[in-house]
Design a protein around this ligand. Structure first.
Ligand code: IPD
Length: 276
């Protein structure tokens, strides 16, 4: 019910500001860095600590809820995206930025009920920007309503894209090819290294579009809701409906922009299994 969702929303807003303090503690000090799926897929003790804090506290408050967390998944936790209320958590989106002291890092938390995201919260504690949305109630930055740009013309657009962490030559080739065809047609491309922040930038209107292949559900579940609540349009980059398990997204200020971008992209098929 709406009252229940309100309770969940208040709880996660309190919790995210606490978790933000831990991220900030780690931001400017030397971290212990390990790799996951490859040499450019990084994790630090702070990613793990923040995820632990978030899951422990939410589980205590809502014992029947389920969890999908980036670091729990990396550690081999069996997690399923089912109908139960499920918190989808990226403790630090933009871990590479976190390691290098580049300020685009965010805690991303979504709550899905019956596989539909009803709450999205993304907090960048370094820049102290809190983006949030509840389904049907608009999107907010630090409590103030935000709207996407409404841009319809690709030629006038600032587009966010990412290179991601895969270092497989054929994936790098396809991603560079996408940047190549897009740059010719737009004002600019930006790659700030956080899927969650990219979606918030489309939501607030500082970027007009964002696309990426290879991301995971925890990178885009919250940002998808925030962007849509700010009036943006999200889809599969190839044009179909967005799927949180398909590991890719195209998010645009308008449907018209999506229609201009989709035919330009080389559509990559990423193994759509959730935890790879
Ligand atoms: C990464 C960021 C980045 C994207 C990578 C993701 P992480 O998330 O969202 O923008 O290009 O594909 O893995 O690993 O820092 O949580």
């Amino acid at each position: 019910t709406e009252q229940e969702i309100d309770v969940y929303y208040k709880a996660v807003l309190d919790l995210v500001s606490l978790a933000g303090k831990v991220v900030n503690e780690g931001f400017s000090i030397t971290k212990h860095v390990e790799t996951k799926s490859g040499a450019a897929d990084l994790v630090t003790e702070f990613d793990q600590r923040v995820e632990e804090i978030l899951i422990k506290s939410l589980r205590e408050t809502f014992p029947t809820h389920k969890f999908i967390g980036e670091e729990s998944a990396a550690a081999g936790a069996k997690t399923v995206f089912g109908d139960d209320p499920t918190w989808i958590i990226d403790p630090i989106d933009g871990t590479t930025n976190f390691v290098h002291g580049f300020p685009f890092v965010a805690i991303s938390i979504a709550l899905a009920i019956k596989k539909e995201v009803v709450i999205g919260v993304i907090y960048n504690p370094v820049l102290d920007k809190l983006y949030s949305a509840v389904r049907g109630k608009g999107a907010f930055r630090n409590g103030r309503p935000i709207k996407c740009s409404g841009q319809k013309d690709l030629a006038l657009s600032q587009v966010a894209g990412e290179y991601g962490s895969s270092r497989e030559p054929h994936i790098i080739d396809a991603k560079c090819q996408n940047m190549r065809v897009i740059i010719e047609k737009v004002h600019s491309i930006r790659a700030v290294g956080s899927a969650a922040m990219n979606l918030c930038m489309v939501a607030e209107g500082s970027c007009d579009a964002y696309f990426e292949y290879g991301i995971h559900i925890w990178d885009y579940a919250a940002g998808d809701l925030i962007a849509r609540e700010a009036g943006a349009y999200t889809s599969d980059p190839s044009g179909g409906p967005l799927n949180l398990l398909h590991r890719c997204i195209l998010c645009t200020a308008t449907k018209e922009l999506a229609q201009q971008i989709t035919p330009l992209l080389t559509h990559m098929k990423i193994n759509s299994l959730l935890f790879v």
